[in-house]
Design a protein around this ligand. Structure first.
Ligand SMILES: *[C@@H]1O[C@H](CO)[C@@H](O)[C@H](O)[C@H]1NC(C)=O
Length: 357
């Protein structure tokens, strides 16, 4: 075979020789860099940042493990964009205008470990998005326009450790939405539009260490919602709509040490709230990190005061009113007794007088 090839080359001159060289180069893994990108480390790293690209360039070498396309003009990730890029481990597509991820577009990325789609225009996550991404460790979808997370959106990401969904418009998450993410250690849902933290949503997140929920519209944390989070070290709930909380909800956190961030909520400062905070502070593994910044919103006479500055006043007032009521009742009872006694005496005197007659 070789002999025949060489023979033919000699016969036909320089052009086939060039072809042969090209063939050999391809066979030996010599890689060309796709235009207009820059390639490093014999094309292991392909840098296409801010190059005005409107789609994934053709001819990315098969051995590439980092492809950076951030800051371009991509509007969609097309089907089969990454065909044959088996070695890809890091894929950066942040700061584009991506609004669509077509079906099958990520299906060849079985070894991908980091995917960055932050700062795009995604409104939803397609059904098969996660289908082949079983190696994914880190996923950034922050700063998009996501509104809803369905049960299958993140279905296959069983190895995922970090998930950033902050700065979207997420209002609702299916209760099964995170059910395959059992290895998750960081989940950020900051700056979304969540109203409730529901029971069951975090049932599989025993590995979760950091849960960031600040700057949502959360007014209710359901009683069992935090119970599964046995590894939690930080729970961020600043800037929500919490006016009161239940001690029982937080007591469910069976952790070794968890910091709670609860400032910038419209707290109703009454004796009940003061008691809840006081009890939380007394549980050894829970600590409110921003206790000094817990500021009252209601009632009107406490608005703007910090809960810490009120010390135990709120409950003193309550104790005082309980005392006042007790004293009033006691006085009434004593009054009644005295009156009864008096009547009794009167009757006695009257009947004595009668019998003397
Ligand atoms: C925020 O929550 C309140 C209830 O606490 C609700 O009335 C309001 O509509 C919510 N706002 C948004 C933007 O969801």
């Amino acid at each position: 075979m070789k002999k025949m090839f060489a023979g033919r080359c000699a016969e036909l001159g320089a052009l086939p020789l060039l072809l042969l060289l090209l063939l050999l180069n391809a066979a030996l893994g010599f890689k060309l860099c796709p235009n207009p990108c820059l390639c490093y480390e014999s094309s292991d790293l392909v840098d296409c940042r801010s190059s005005g690209l409107v789609r994934v360039p053709v001819g990315v070498p098969h051995g590439t493990w980092l492809l950076d396309m951030s800051g371009n003009k991509l509007t969609a990730v097309h089907t089969k964009s990454f065909m044959g890029l088996w070695s890809l481990k890091i894929l950066q597509m942040s700061n584009n205008s991506i609004s669509t991820v077509q079906p099958q577009s990520l299906s060849s990325l079985q070894f991908l470990e980091r995917l960055d789609l932050s700062f795009n225009q995604l409104r939803w996550i397609p059904q098969d998005f996660s289908q082949s991404l079983f190696s994914l460790l880190e996923l950034r979808l922050d700063h998009n326009l996501l509104e809803h997370l369905g049960p299958a959106s993140l279905g296959e990401l069983e190895n995922l450790r970090k998930l950033d969904l902050s700065h979207n418009r997420i209002r609702a998450i299916d209760v099964q939405g995170f059910s395959s993410l059992s290895r998750l250690s960081l989940l950020s849902l900051e700056a979304n539009r969540l109203n409730v933290l529901s029971d069951g949503l975090l049932n599989r997140q025993q590995s979760l260490e950091v849960l960031l929920l600040s700057h949502n519209n959360i007014s209710l944390i359901e009683t069992e919602a935090l119970a599964p989070l046995s590894g939690l070290t930080l729970l961020g709930l600043q800037g929500n709509q919490l006016d009161r909380i239940r001690f029982k909800t937080f007591l469910q956190l069976q952790t070794t040490s968890t910091g709670l961030q609860l400032s910038l909520n419209p707290w109703t400062c009454d004796c009940e709230l003061q008691r809840v905070f006081s009890k939380i502070q007394h549980v050894r593994h829970l600590h409110v990190e921003d206790y000094k910044d817990i500021v009252c919103h209601a009632p009107a006479q406490q608005a703007g005061n910090s809960l810490a500055s009120l010390d135990s006043q709120l409950c003193v007032a309550e104790t005082a009113s309980v005392l006042a009521i007790t004293i009033t009742v006691m006085l009434a009872v004593i009054g009644a007794l005295v009156k009864a006694e008096h009547n009794q005496k009167n009757k006695q005197t009257a009947s004595d007088a009668e019998s003397e007659r």
